[in-house]
Design a protein around this ligand. Structure first.
Ligand code: FAD
Length: 623
């Protein structure tokens, strides 16, 4: 049967990529269908109940700056907020929040159900309808055909998913959910490069069976950081503590004794796991000299006793899991509510994607999230938003958009994936970005909201909050540039408590703010200089822009220089063997990855500056 309504965009999968994709497409005015296995699992966190962290928090703020839901949902569902790296420079400061799973999911579902232009339908997608290398619709498990101009695939860990606990394994998309087998088989018939990855999760524990006495409490930050640029502390529910415990030698002995029945060490799992989120058995093998590993005991919510012991992800057999868990301080009588497990799944080589996240082989088909070899909710959300945006732009016959590496971590993420591919689950770190000082969490709105507004992603409310903030920053910058403190004045005397030598001549407020001994709060505490702006975010921008002005303008110069060829397009049909002087190796690499721009080509490993020069000369002659 064919469903009568024609859609502009169909999104398959209601995880973190799919929900952002569907919301973005619908915000852009495209008629959108979100097709997912189960409406109850929309926005479900498959693994740890937390959003953000270093690099990941940056992505969440960027998604928010473009009108996405993740930051607003965690503001409503966050039960502990922290600023990581708070004592370090603004580039690497990052927000992280512990989530009440149920509240987070409810916030995502509420946004989806209230989004104009968006319909949600519960069914597995079993097949893609393809005509002349273009996707034109989707066939569901019960044989219902939906037609659309574009399709976004965000199936997470579900494609050919196999769950492992010890030597036992079974098909599954994640614990409690079915795998996607028919669709995986269909995708394997298409010309994409496909491989397997794996990831894992720890056993969950009933907090009533934990002895918290003697364990270290870890409170959140107060005042609580806020994730969304349009959010406020009033959005946050009750805040609670996490706890810390550790593994010990006995734990490690138990784990070693069970390794012969570990699916990873016995060869049952072929896929490569996340390097930066290793299982406890992996940590014990890789860091054999360490006698203890830290475990964060993270509550799963305000109305449940289940906790998530972060740091002991495992796929060991259940008897070994129980024994090693009970060897840990506080967990002596622990009751495991859900066993830990590993999951193996299909992912597709992201080098087969364009920067819009459209596949190179099937027109109108976009991939986003874990299907592209990434790991993490935030990485998925960022790709989802971009894929939904570009699917919508294509349906509206408009040009694709994707940020550059110097504009957003989203740009770094997409460029890394499509240029270099990945052999292991890819996660974001601040170290992946060349222009860290420009790509801060705190200025994600300044970097992206205006573009988001032009593209149609940003609604009137966000636009007005943003415009007011930018105006307030500009006004305060002007005031600080125009106002002075006179030497010997009462204000200069008040400043003496902060600065080494008294002022010998008049000083501009902006120059005072640039001094390392002073910050915005101190400066504004001086009567006649302050009180300054009330909004903490405005104050932060004024301070960061003042203190890092020199570094920021140097990075900007560097970017301007590299932009000269960054965006120079490379024709898709370019035959690299026509370029004189390229080595066979470089030629092969370029033929394989078919970069879209000279900038992208320059980041392929082995492509030297000399090769880029040859390419530029060739392009000049050809044009
Ligand atoms: P998902 O969140 O998996 O969502 C996929 C959605 O697609 C689901 O709603 C599903 O029902 C739907 N779907 C799938 N196939 C179909 C179909 N054919 N038709 C209709 N709907 C379909 N991340 C980390 O950062 N660190 C970790 O340590 C970590 N450990 C993990 C451990 C486990 C066991 C699992 C399962 C995941 C783990 N993750 C971890 C990954 C994290 O959950 C994902 O990165 C993130 O959820 C990916 O988002 P996504 O939207 O791509 O996919």
């Amino acid at each position: 049967m064919r469903f009568a309504e024609q859609f502009d965009v169909i999104v398959i999968g209601g995880g973190h990529a799919g929900t952002e994709a569907a919301l973005a497409a619908a915000r852009m005015g495209s008629s959108t269908l979100l097709l997912t296995h189960n409406i109850e699992t929309l926005g479900q966190m498959s693994c740890n109940p937390a959003i953000g962290g270093i690099g990941k928090g940056h992505l969440v703020k960027e998604v928010d700056a473009l009108g996405g839901i993740m930051a607003r949902a965690i503001d409503k569902g966050g039960i502990q907020f922290r600023t990581l790296n708070a004592s370090k420079g603004p580039a690497v400061r990052a927000t992280r929040a512990q989530a009440d799973r149920a509240l987070y999911k409810a916030a995502v579902r509420e946004a989806l159900e209230n989004q104009p232009n968006l319909k949600i339908f519960q069914q597995a997608a079993d097949d893609l309808i393809i005509e002349n290398d273009r996707v034109v619709g989707v066939k569901t498990q019960m044989g219902l055909d939906f037609s659309a101009k574009t399709v976004v695939l965000t199936t997470g860990t579900f494609l050919g998913g196999v769950i492992h606990i010890g030597m036992q394994n079974q098909s599954g998309g994640r614990a409690g959910d079915p795998p996607s087998i028919a669709l995986a088989d269909r995708l394997r018939e298409l010309p994409f490069r496909v491989d397997r990855l794996k990831t894992g999760t720890p056993p969950r524990i009933d907090a009533k069976s934990i002895n918290f006495e003697g364990l270290e409490a870890q409170p959140g930050d107060y005042p609580t950081p806020v994730f969304s640029f349009t959010g406020s502390r009033q959005d946050h529910p009750k805040q609670i503590d996490c706890w810390i415990t550790h593994t010990n030698n006995q734990t490690h002995d138990v784990i070693r004794s069970g390794l012969d029945r570990s699916p990873m060490y016995s060869g049952n799992i072929e896929g490569i796991g996340p390097r930066y989120c290793p299982s406890i058995e992996d940590k014990i093998m890789r860091f054999a000299d360490k006698s203890s590993h830290q475990i964060f005991i993270e509550p799963e919510g305000l109305n449940t006793h289940e906790v998530y012991p972060n740091g002991i992800s495992t796929s060991l057999p259940f008897d070994v899991q129980l024994a090693f868990v009970r060897s840990i301080k506080g967990f002596e009588n622990a009751f495991i509510t859900r066993p830990g497990y590993a999951i193996e799944y299909d992912f597709f080589d992201p080098r087969d994607l364009k920067r819009s996240l459209e596949t190179k082989f099937i027109n109108g088909l976009f991939f986003a999230g874990q299907i592209n070899g990434t790991t993490g909710y935030e990485e998925a959300a960022a790709q989802g938003l971009l894929a939904g945006l570009n699917a919508s732009l294509q349906a509206q016959e408009k040009e694709a958009w994707s940020p550059r590496r110097d504009e957003a971590y989203m740009g770094v993420l997409v460029d890394d994936l499509i240029t270099s591919g990945t052999k292991e689950p890819y996660r974001m770190f601040t170290s992946r970005a060349e222009y860290r000082l420009l790509l801060r969490e705190d200025n994600a709105d300044a970097r992206l909201t205006e573009t988001g507004r032009k593209l149609g992603l940003v609604d009137d409310h966000r636009w007005s909050v943003f415009s007011d903030k930018m105006e307030a920053i500009a006004a305060e910058n002007t005031r600080l540039n125009k106002s002075f403190v006179q030497a010997g004045s009462s204000q200069a005397k008040a400043l003496d408590q902060f600065i080494e030598k008294p002022l010998s001549r008049e000083a501009r407020l902006m120059d005072l703010l640039k001094r390392p001994e002073l910050d915005y709060q101190k400066l504004m505490s001086v009567e006649g200089v302050g009180p300054g702006v009330k909004d903490e975010q405005v104050a932060l921008q004024v301070e960061v822009q003042a203190k890092y002005a020199g570094y920021i303008s140097r990075q900007q110069d560097e970017i301007n220089r590299s932009l000269r060829y960054e965006n120079a397009p490379l024709p898709v049909d370019l035959d690299y063997s026509d370029i004189n002087g390229l080595s066979a190796e470089v030629m092969q690499k370029l033929q394989d990855s078919r970069p879209e721009t000279v900038g992208q080509a320059s980041r392929i490993s082995g492509v030297t500056p000399a090769a880029i020069s040859l390419m530029l000369v060739y392009l000049k002659k050809r044009n």
